[in-house]
Design a protein around this ligand. Structure first.
Ligand code: PLP
Ligand code: COI
Length: 342
């Protein structure tokens, strides 16, 4: 695939091969140089700890070609910090923030021709990952690690773009354990969510909205995205220990305040759904995906939000504001974007 035959405006959230990826190995107590590869494969020992004991974490962030032609990377340091927390959460070697940022800049520059043009609604998705590569049979942390960063141009995560989706909830599935790994971004959490996600998709739902795994009472998050609701000019998002602290959600909370809304990060139950005016999923891949309907598969209750098929006004305002900052259409007053020196 070359950029010349990519249909930028109709990209989906899927893998398009690009020119290069970058890699960095931790060995003998230190991180080595950043290496550039044009291969989509890695040499791996068959006893590597990532294969047997799940020592794997990842990140997701985006680079945008702006209105002014410049390339902006959104809140890279926040991803770097979360990458450290994820590594520490599963006894892996954390990568320093500056090295992480260097790798991101390098992989974006090397694949500049795959950054979608301004106006197509697409962006370059950056996927860093870390794996334990030492051969092990006993259950213990590896001593050698590899960080790889690949990129791919992407369109919307949900195939209808910025249109309300339907999600379902069920107490039969947990994404993570109480006091477990919910608040870090490791591959195991996603493996644990595949059955629920498949079931939801087969039933025609965009995703599964999870309850908290301890009490099965409070709302947690929505597949690979956070959840927020709007009520009485207030942005409400679950203050739960088992959700991944989303950088998009964190940013939307700030934008909500900028728009004169109150922000509440707290636990809430299904009982409150009837009072919510708007609901949405949010994340790097999902951006803001308005939720028009939530079906509780266990009780048969169905909750609807706003006018059918139309995103609510506050969700739309938040989405527009975030996109405008990312595409350089509005001043980046919070200093969230790094403009790449190309
Ligand atoms: N929750 C989960 C489980 C995720 O996988 C993601 C994606 O990264 C998010 C939330 C959204 O986080 P962010 O906005 O940092 O991408
Ligand atoms: C993201 O929003 O970056 C995600 O990681 C979601 C999913 C593709 C894992």
């Amino acid at each position: 695939m070359t950029p010349a035959n990519l249909d930028w405006a109709n990209l989906t959230f899927s893998l398009t091969p690009t020119d290069y990826n970058v890699r960095c190995t931790y060995k003998d107590g230190q991180w080595g140089p950043i290496e550039v590869s044009d291969s989509e494969y890695i040499p791996l020992h068959i006893a590597a700890s990532c294969l047997h004991y799940g020592q794997e974490s990842f990140e997701g962030l985006k680079a945008f070609r702006g209105k002014d032609g410049k390339v902006r990377i959104f809140r890279m340091e926040e991803n770097a910090k979360r990458f450290i927390r994820s590594a520490e959460g599963i006894s892996m070697q954390p990568m320093p923030v500056e090295l992480f940022c260097e790798m991101v800049r390098k992989v974006v520059k090397l694949n500049e021709r795959f950054i979608p043009p301004y106006g197509t609604g697409a962006s370059l998705y950056i996927r860093p990952l870390e794996i334990g590569i030492s051969p092990l049979v006993g259950v213990s942390p590896a001593t050698e690690y590899m960080v790889i960063m690949l990129v791919t141009p992407v369109g919307p995560y949900f195939k209808n773009g910025f249109k309300p989706i339907k999600v379902c909830m069920s107490r039969e599935y947990d994404r993570v354990a109480p006091k477990g790994t919910g608040s870090i971004k490791i591959g195991g959490n996603y493996a644990a969510s595949l059955n629920a996600g498949q079931m939801a998709h087969k039933m025609g739902y965009g995703n599964m909205l999870y309850f908290d795994p301890k009490d099965k009472t409070y709302i947690d998050e929505c597949g690979a995205a956070n959840f927020f609701a709007i009520k009485d000019n207030t942005y409400i998002t679950p203050g739960s220990e088992t959700v991944l602290p989303s950088i998009t959600n964190m940013s939307l909370e700030v934008l909500a305040e900028d728009l004169g809304m109150k922000v509440e990060r707290r636990l809430f139950k299904v009982d409150e759904f009837k009072d919510f005016e708007e609901c949405s999923a949010c994340g790097t891949a999902a951006v803001c995906s308005p939720i028009g309907q939530i079906d509780d598969l266990d009780t048969g209750e169905s909750y609807k939000f706003g006018e059918e098929g139309v995103a609510g006004p506050m969700t739309t305002a938040l989405y527009n504001k975030l996109r405008a900052i990312q595409y350089g259409e509005e001043p980046d007053t919070h200093n969230w974007c790094e403009i790449l020196d190309l």
